[in-house]
Design a protein around this ligand. Structure first.
Ligand code: AHM
Ligand code: MG
Length: 330
């Protein structure tokens, strides 16, 4: 008989931390789990606390920041910048690299994050999430300069996301499989609920925004048609509009999420550093693949921190088919 166990995220992190991490990476992940609890609590009370609606600022992407975006960004920075583990951060909500204030010790890791992915869904009570990636610095001095932040996804030492959905989950990988934890709100603990997640086969879903399909180039339309007409297996279309939620559903049930380039969005919409690369890292760890249509998302070195990239991510054979159709061998 299989003995059942209750394993908290803290216990799992301590038991599985990589040898080289010396506890530092483990503490960053633990701080992020705490950030997830705080953001989740605020998300649940959003309507009551008059948090819904827009903050006054427009972020670097030209999008109006919602109050919860600002809150989530603030929580992550305040929980991590003083710990002596990080030497720089990049957030979707901040134009420049975030330096660690002089009064705090610098560490040897870089944290990149989208504090609240899918924020257009906040005021309609639809799942949203946080995405993060963690890199090592490139130099011994822990300077935390721009070059440290512009590393390809292949060099990630850890990545993950938090999903604020029907339950709150934290899913992460340090390069040894993908593991998911569900928050028990009454205990305030993340409990291991999904160990060693792999994309199942056959997959069940494909996820594209069909409102933009009329603007897409013919080869992309041919690929979407291939997905639509697949018979073994047949795929159903689902699109939340929060990439983290679409990715999570497809990770659990199998499928592919795509946000291609279009004439109006020549580089696509998804940000490489803190959205696409962390999810591509998780996808590979779960037996899947993430590509920009021609190459692995993990091989692309960002030229600037808010760079956008076309994205196809999910079960490997579904993603590889995109390249076959987009770049046929002559
Ligand atoms: P955000 O980080 O500002 O929320 O934007 C990214 C989101 C993704 O989560 C989602 O897949 C995409 O934008 C949805 O875009 P669209 O509404 O064009 O389909
Ligand atoms: Mg966002």
């Amino acid at each position: 008989m299989r003995e059942s166990k209750i394993i908290t995220i803290e216990r799992f992190l301590l038991d599985t931390q990589p040898d080289y991490a010396r506890g530092e990476l483990t503490s960053i992940l633990y701080d992020l789990a705490l950030a997830a609890k705080i953001i989740s609590a605020q998300t649940r009370r959003a309507g009551l606390l008059d948090i819904l609606g827009f903050a006054d600022n427009v972020n670097v992407q030209g999008e109006t920041q919602r109050k919860l975006d600002v809150y989530a960004d603030d929580v992550i920075i305040k929980l991590t910048q003083h710990t002596g583990r990080l030497c720089a951060m990049v957030s979707e909500e901040r134009e420049e690299v975030i330096s660690i204030p002089e009064c705090f010790t610098k560490g040897s890791y870089i944290l990149v994050f989208d504090p609240l992915d899918g924020s257009s869904n906040i005021d309609t009570n639809i799942s949203i999430g946080t995405i993060f990636g963690i890199y090592k610095t490139l130099d011994e001095e822990n300077s935390g300069c721009l070059a440290d932040c512009l590393q390809p996804g292949r060099d990630l030492v850890a990545a993950g996301y938090m999903l604020y959905g029907t339950s709150t989950m934290m899913v992460y990988s340090t390069g040894k499989g993908v593991h998911g934890f569900t928050l028990d709100p009454s205990w305030g603990e993340f409990i291991l609920s999904h160990e060693n997640i792999c994309f199942p086969n056959p997959p069940a879903y494909f996820s594209f925004n069909h409102a933009i399909t009329h603007r897409l180039p013919t080869p992309i339309l041919a690929y979407i048609d291939w997905l639509r007409n697949l018979t073994e297996p047949t795929l159903t279309h689902r699109y939340v509009g929060s990439m983290v939620a679409d990715f999570h559903r497809n990770l659990i049930h199998g499928g592919v999420f795509g946000y291609p380039a279009a004439p109006t969005k020549p580089d696509g919409k998804i940000r490489l550093l803190y959205e696409a690369a962390p999810l591509a890292f998780l996808a590979e760890q779960a037996g899947g693949f993430g590509s920009d249509g021609s190459q692995s998302l993990l091989e692309i070195k960002p030229s600037y921190i808010h760079q956008r990239v076309p994205v196809f991510i999910g079960n490997r054979f579904l993603v590889e088919k995109a390249k076959e159709i987009l770049f046929p061998k002559i």
